[in-house]
Design a protein around this ligand. Sequence first.
Ligand code: SF4
Length: 448
Amino acid sequence: MPLTGIEIFKLLPKTNCGECGVPTCLAFAMNLASGKVELSACPHVTEEAKEKLTEASAPPILPVTIGVGDRALKIGGETVMFRHEKRFENPPGLAILIKDTMDEAEVNARIEKCKQFQYERVGLTLRPELVAVKAESGDATKFESVVSKVKQNSDCGIILMSDNPDILAAGVKVCADRKPLLYAATKDNLDRVAELAKENSCPVAVKASGLEELSELTTKLTEAGLKNIVLDSGARTTRQALEDQIIIRSAALNKKFRPLGFPTITFPCEMTDNPMKEAVIASMFVAKYGGIIVLSDFRGESLFPLLVERLNLFTDPQRPLATAEGIYEIGGPTETSPVLITTNFSLTYFLVSGYLETSRVPSWLLVKDTEGLSVMTSWAAGKFSADIIAPFVKKSGIRDKIKHHKLIIPGYAAVESGGLEEELADWEILVGPREGAHIPAYVKAWQP
Ligand code: SF4
């Protein structure tokens, strides 16, 4: 059982030194009990106390890693019900289903999709992470052969799907070094699948008919020494599956109920035959609270929105994605190239720089640190006003790189042009377009 805040407090040094970021050991103990901090934040805990506190300091939903190396996927480790309370930690993995009854061309096409569907956005590469290989043929050799093909031709994490431990074992045999997720231990095969997971140090998913049975099975797995567990409540209707996700998250976080303190796997692919409905269901699980989301196929028109939704939900709401302040060279600018200024909200930066690249007009782009806020928001917050922009332009060193002294400010900050003309007396201030899409036409008409 997890320790209470007071029980944890009794084990802390009680010096109130504040090095953990809160003023007292009691406050730290309370935060630790609610999963808001990690024990490692206190450098003064004794080894003896550390041992006792291990249980209390573990996240209420244990993290599970599938795969190895750069492409390893970490799921779970969540500490809040709602993103605004702190942040969501580990984005759910998106998996494509490959059945061992599919013909070779279809299997190859699906493996290829895992490589093809990659998108650059705000400086990040968005892509799905997992391939779920399902044994439908009942033939261990066939399953093994498809798993082997996936392993050789894809660097994605692998989920092995079968209720038959012998077939799972055939799949594990060819990809154990990739630490696949074994799906699934059930009440009928629990001991053998647990043994397989233990022998190969693989994470294991447990599938049950309802949450009560799920809790019993995870308790047995943890008693057998397994901690890398993924939950499937067995629900395949949208409503029941959503309810189960919420109950599992709430039981783990609010009731500290360890048997449900693991990430989940969800199957939109088994809930509908309609690709659009499947995408909507998957989108629901991105928000609440899928750890893995298995799709019947990857389609660009639904995968891209899911990846963007995931990115948006799993960024820290208190820390917008930001680009470093500085001078950015777009397309090899010269001393006669236009100089534009914008804010360091990543989306703003990547849109503006993208439009400049599209224009093929080499340009200088000044990026002012506005704590990751967009032009309008930072201007409204007083972080992108003339008295802040001017010192930055002066210090940036852009004057040494150009012959002209013309500065193009965003259309949404037009009201600052008068102030900037006063602050930057030897510069000519030009008001650029409001919308990024109009930047190419604007800079193409540029005259130094
Ligand atoms: Fe107490 Fe440790 Fe925090 Fe210091 S760092 S206040 S000893 S919990």
